[in-house]
Write a protein that binds this ligand. Structure first.
Ligand code: HEC
Ligand code: HEC
Ligand code: HEC
Ligand code: HEC
Length: 500
């Protein structure tokens, strides 16, 4: 091709075409630059604080004035329309689904009511309503301590700041009912000065210390998980003052956690049928997640549960924390190119397989409990029973560690399977030991499996009077809760905020 200069000499109109084309390009670039500037200004405007409030402001709607996008998505956690195969934000009565659990928790609060978790904005409503917190009305107190409020509300850091941490945990659950009224929110995870992520729950900081680590040394990516680990972890209430402790001193693997509890002879409750010294796992999502491939590859909880969204040219984190299966295109497909259908299938396949072993262990544990019950009936001694009961304690804790972490079958499928396999083995050991005791006592044949096809039948079998519990709860909800709400409103009206 000839050089441009020569071409223009031959065809002068070409010069004009080139000149005009350049003008158009310059004009378009100018438009683009101006649009970028405008967007930037818009963004700056959107983040312009509207209101000034304290570090401990518990009301999400006040923070929401400054950050409407995050707040509006947070409010969406009230949505209950998505149900995946096993999880989602819809209400699922786990005892109705798996009546065996009622027997596994005989003589413990969980046998009264246990549901699959809903969205964060329901935290306060749900803890008030659940039968486990009882009906503290007419001078009666709740069976639970104030420690139970710890993972429910941004009022928790506020009250801890006012009265002290140990003082917060003390006392029965209803004594702080009028203080803890706002559901999980902004102040739980953010510093009000610069909106950086902050850890507000002392138990997590103390757990790091118990391992010789300082939580201040973590990376930003780790923080995107640790804000969740303030609540989605295994814990227990230590001593009469019900001090909240995460049993991480030896590590977070199930064997290390069990060794920790055994070394303190810690017992959550004595089983109603087998009299075994039981442990209850809470929701070790953070712990089990560590042994999965996604943690290994450096992902944090927020990568799948708070993916980035875009609105009006602004990128922000989705604060509708929920099942990632409700929007695969924003979660998994950021990294995986497979179809939505295949990715969902990957999740379900892992969940189905783990459920198979979990159900097997559930049924073995029911058998072990009733066989131990039979041995007591035939006058077995503490000494004879001790080993078998410890096996039941360990096997059920292994079952619970996986069962109570609703995300584990996907987060860490291999580790979940390993734990369940070990639990099945230990439960069978317990049954072997029990069958020897039963034979010694002259009992031959099989201890019959209880008739527990439904939650109602299982609750009747373990001797719960559900009508009474429900009626008391209803009274509490009608008479006490409105008083709490009223008292809180008056207190909050005195909080200082400044419109800017
Ligand atoms: C469970 C913890 C948690 C709660 C509760 C929470 N956030 Fe966030 N927030 C996060 C995480 C994680 C990020 C991502 C931070 C990062 O990667 O730097 C974030 C980011 C933000 C950002 C930075 C911009 C963005 O969207 O990435 C703002 C602003 C924000 N949150 C506001 C709020 C407001 C307002 C509330 C209350 C309605 C709230 N957050 C509640 C965890 C939380
Ligand atoms: C202050 C305690 C607390 C913090 C912090 C917290 N959660 Fe939760 N989370 C809860 C409670 C309590 C529930 C159950 C609420 C209910 O059922 O009423 C829950 C429910 C959930 C659910 C089920 C919601 C649904 O609709 O299916 C998911 C998923 C979840 N949390 C993930 C996270 C992630 C990820 C983080 C960190 C970004 C986090 N949570 C931080 C306490 C917390
Ligand atoms: C690689 C993506 C990914 C990461 C990272 C991740 N999760 Fe999940 N999580 C999932 C999937 C998928 C499910 C199953 C959802 C379903 O069955 O509907 C799930 C389920 C859950 C559930 C139960 C959801 C429900 O609806 O009740 C909780 C709670 C949870 N995860 C918390 C966490 C926490 C805490 C972390 C960080 C320690 C974390 N997740 C990290 C993908 C992830
Ligand atoms: C931020 C990136 C990222 C996101 C988001 C993500 N993954 Fe992954 N995923 C990975 C990486 C990295 C691996 C490891 C594969 C490797 O290294 O080759 C992996 C591995 C997997 C595997 C194979 C591991 C196993 O368990 O056998 C499956 C299945 C999978 N992801 C499904 C999902 C699903 C479903 C989601 C959404 C809920 C998701 N991933 C979200 C990055 C991601």
């Amino acid at each position: 091709m000839k050089p441009i200069r020569e071409q223009v000499k031959q065809k002068p109109w070409l010069g004009w075409v080139l000149f005009l084309a350049t003008m158009v390009v310059v004009f378009l670039l100018g438009l683009l630059a101006s649009s970028v500037m405008e967007r930037r200004e818009e963004a700056a405007f959107a983040y312009k604080p509207q209101v000034e409030h304290s570090q401990f402001e518990p009301r999400n709607e006040v923070w929401g004035q400054n950050f409407p996008q995050e707040y509006n998505r947070y409010r969406e956690t009230l949505d209950t329309t998505f149900r995946s195969k096993y999880n989602g934000n819809a209400f699922i009565d786990m005892l109705e689904e798996y009546p065996e659990l009622v027997v596994l928790w005989a003589n413990y609060g969980f046998s009264k009511e246990y549901n699959q978790g809903r969205g964060h904005a329901y935290a306060i409503e749900d803890i008030r309503k659940i039968l486990r917190t009882g009906a503290p009305v007419d001078g009666k107190s709740s069976p639970m301590p104030n420690t139970c409020w710890t993972c429910k509300s941004p009022d928790v850091p506020r009250v801890m700041n006012e009265i002290g941490v140990a003082e917060f945990y003390k006392g029965s659950w209803e004594t702080l009912g009028h203080e803890i009224v706002n559901p999980i929110g902004c102040a739980d995870c953010h510093d009000a000065d610069d909106m950086s992520l902050r850890i507000t729950r002392p138990a997590l900081k103390e757990a790091f210390e118990s391992q010789g680590r300082d939580i201040k040394d973590v990376t930003h990516q780790e923080k995107r998980s640790l804000v969740c680990a303030q609540c989605h972890v295994e814990y227990y209430f230590r001593g009469d003052s019900n001090y909240l402790v995460l049993p991480w001193k030896n590590g977070v693997k199930i064997e290390e956690v069990i060794a920790y509890y055994d070394s303190y002879n810690f017992v959550d409750w004595k089983h109603g049928i087998s009299k075994a010294p039981m442990l209850k796992a809470q929701h070790p999502d953070y712990e089990l997640f560590q042994s999965g491939i996604h943690a290994e590859r450096g992902l944090a909880c927020a990568d799948c549960h708070m993916p980035y969204m875009s609105e009006g040219g602004q990128k922000f984190s989705d604060h509708k924390v929920q099942s990632p299966l409700n929007y695969i295109n924003k979660t998994c497909q950021v990294c995986h190119r497979e179809d939505e259908k295949d990715l969902v299938e990957n999740v379900y396949e892992r969940q189905d397989k783990i459920k198979e072993s979990r159900r097997q262990l559930e049924k073995l544990l029911v058998r072990a409990h009733v066989e131990a019950g039979k041995a007591w009936e035939l006058n077995a001694t503490e000494q004879e029973m001790k080993d078998a009961l410890y096996d039941i304690r360990h096997a059920q804790m292994m079952w619970d560690y996986v069962a109570a972490s609703h995300g584990a079958p996907f987060h860490a499928p291999i580790e979940s399977s390993r734990i369940l396999a070990k639990g099945i083995n230990i439960a069978q050991e317990a049954r072997l030991k029990l069958s020897r005791i039963l034979m010694d006592k002259g009992f031959e044949g099989e201890v019959s499996y209880p008739d527990i096809p439904t939650k109602a039948k299982a609750q009747e079998y373990i001797g719960l009077d559900m009508d009474k519990l429900n009626a008391e709860k209803e009274k509490f909800m009608k008479e006490v809760v409105p008083e709490w709400v009223e008292k809180a409103k008056k207190r909050e009206a005195t909080y200082e905020t400044k419109d800017l």
